[in-house]
Design a protein around this ligand. Structure first.
Ligand SMILES: NC(=O)c1ccc[n+]([C@@H]2O[C@H](COP(=O)([O-])OP(=O)(O)OC[C@H]3O[C@@H](n4cnc5c(N)ncnc54)[C@H](O)[C@@H]3O)[C@@H](O)[C@H]2O)c1
Ligand SMILES: O=C(O)[C@H](O)COP(=O)(O)O
Length: 530
């Protein structure tokens, strides 16, 4: 019988499902070294956010077939290592949506009426009605940052409470926001206008410390801010200072830069203007039943040799088809991610052309992989091989899929084109002999470069001196160039320059690059580590 280790508290219904096919050991609060020691005995691991599944754990788990996250976030799992070792990672992208949204709304109301402190005061024997005069949310402005599943549900509740809704989401169309009753605005406007700000986006390099001292300075002294998304989106030090100085009126946090929150954290020293809960967003009976069933069923199915319905890293395909398509799935996902960034993220339409040997009906999973890549910058681990199509539809992205078997420059290649705020951009890619990914054109300019973590592109006039200028400019920002290639159709005509960089591209560099004589446009792309 296969063995499953459950290392975080999971609802009994999940254990019962797993017990149909496996021996289930529930061992919560394991010290990391103990997990490392015992993991080699197990075929599956079921977790929540409490267990850190590091590279070492996955490598030590030489029997591991599947890691099931009873919840959404897999930021505690080293997914690239799992993928490399063929370990499936599955989650439950929607099981706790309502719970997290309701927690955010509860935080907003608690902040407005000082409920936690008033409760504490009465239980402490007092009858103080004066210190706890609150404010109403009715007719106030709520700024929702990240209008995905949870943000949308918060919007519908807040609308019913008579709030005016603003939203900032760089990956969502105006129409979708309007359907949800929200006015899509720029972030600075939201910071300046909102009485309440609630965060519902993933933690990414883009959102890390999005709420910092500068952002807090833009808010009104009456603003209250709620974070039930991920720790690290708010700079905690800056928040403590802003609250102490009365720059904003209050904050409510469910998630922290470091969890569990350290005993000595300065957050613990603040008064009634700050409410803290210990990552309880998903902790309702209903959500825990939803996620436990969702994930336990997937683990059970995979242990029985069946596909998983919500795999984060590997689609549920027949093993023979999977073997054949795997390199192309990675190609499609990489190109999808790439072209969405070139087009500016908020994609309106997307065209995928399967060329050469890929122009068959068997290659449908490649289309899904490209959509997953297209949405992954915005949705991170919440987009998977199952929901990518639905997510694209819900976001109003017009998807066109064509096939052309006559293109023969590689055995099989993909041409992806996306339209977004930065216009229409296209990228073509193929695999070389040993399944190495090559980008073979950008915006129809022929090139031949492997994708890398940090990339910079320019559209420019092919003229002497331009490459040197870009090189010096990057040098002055201390950015090291790993490789560089120019693609052009005509000598001294238009051209693209593609640079692979060793370092992330600092803010402000693109505007400097576009000032260089001859440069028409510049773009950056950051791809996930493989
Ligand atoms: N506290 C909890 O227990 C708990 C429970 C569930 C989910 N969460 C967290 O809540 C967050 C939202 O989850 P969801 O299920 O709604 O995800 P989702 O993927 O449905 O929505 C996320 C939204 O954020 C947007 N986004 C991406 N980058 C952005 C940026 N830079 N600025 C603004 N918006 C951006 C995306 O376009 C998307 O619409 C995640 O961080 C998730 O991990 C927390
Ligand atoms: O990502 C999630 O699903 C939430 O953060 C909930 O985490 P939890 O399952 O540890 O409560």
């Amino acid at each position: 019988m296969p063995k499953v280790l459950v290392s975080d508290p999971i609802d009994q219904v999940g254990i019962d499902i797993l017990s149909q096919v496996a021996q289930v050991d529930v061992k919560t609060n394991l010290p990391p070294e103990e997990l490392l020691q015992i993991i080699s005995d197990y075929d599956a691991l079921m977790i929540r956010s409490g267990t850190r599944v590091t590279k070492e754990v996955i490598e030590a788990g030489n029997q591991l077939k599947i890691i099931g996250r009873a919840g959404v976030g897999v930021d505690n799992v080293d997914v690239p290592t799992a993928t490399r070792r063929g370990v499936l990672v599955v989650n439950s992208p929607e099981g706790n949506t309502v719970a997290a949204a309701e927690h955010a709304v509860a935080m907003m109301l608690s902040l407005s009426r000082y409920i936690p402190d008033a409760n504490q005061s009465v239980k402490g024997g007092q009858w103080d009605r004066k210190s706890f005069t609150g404010v109403e949310v009715y007719k106030k402005t709520l700024g929702i940052v990240g209008l995905g599943k949870i943000g949308s549900h918060v919007a519908s509740i807040a609308r019913a409470m008579g709030m005016r809704l603003l939203a900032y989401d760089p990956y969502l169309s105006m129409e979708r926001a309007e359907q949800l009753g929200c006015q899509l605005v720029e972030l600075d406007f939201l910071f300046q206008e909102a009485d309440y700000i609630t965060l519902h986006m993933p933690k990414t390099p883009e959102t890390y410390h999005l709420i910092n001292a500068e952002a807090l300075n833009k808010m009104k002294p009456t603003t209250r801010i709620i974070n039930c998304a991920r720790g690290g989106i708010i700079d905690e030090e800056a928040l403590v200072e802003a609250l102490k100085q009365g720059k904003i009126a209050g904050a409510a946090l469910d998630v922290y830069e470091q969890e569990p929150l350290q005993a000595e954290s300065s957050l613990r020293s603040l008064g009634k203007q700050l409410i803290l809960t210990p990552h309880l967003g998903a902790s309702t009976e209903e959500a825990q039943v939803n996620v436990a069933i969702d994930v336990a069923e997937q683990i059970r199915d995979v242990l029985l040799g069946l596909p998983a319905r919500s795999a984060v890293n590997i689609p549920g395909l027949r093993p023979d088809l999977m073997e054949k398509l795997r390199p192309y799935l990675l190609l499609a996902e990489t190109l999808g991610n790439f072209v969405s960034q070139l087009a500016g993220g908020r994609i309106e339409s997307f065209h995928i052309k399967l060329q050469g040997d890929l122009a068959t009906n068997e290659s449908q999973p490649i289309v899904i992989a490209a959509l997953k890549g297209l949405l992954s910058h915005a949705l991170q681990e919440r987009v998977n091989y199952v929901n990518a199509n639905i997510e694209a539809k819900e976001r109003g992205i017009h998807v066109v899929e064509t096939r052309d078997a006559t293109v023969k420059d590689y055995t099989g290649s993909l041409l992806l084109s996306a339209t977004g705020p930065l216009g229409t951009h296209s990228v073509t890619g193929a695999l070389l002999g040993d399944n190495e990914i090559r980008i073979t054109s950008i915006d129809e300019f022929p090139i031949n470069v492997p994708p890398s973590r940090y990339m910079l592109f320019t559209l420019h006039r092919d003229m002497p001196g331009i490459i040197g200028k870009i090189g010096s400019l990057l040098g002055s920002f201390n950015v090291n160039i790993a490789s560089m290639q120019v693609g052009r159709k005509l000598v001294r005509g238009d051209a693209v320059m593609v640079l692979s960089l060793d370092d992330p591209i600092p803010d402000g560099i693109l505007s400097e690059i576009t000032k260089v004589n001859g440069i028409r446009d510049a773009y950056t792309v950051t791809l996930p580590e493989n």
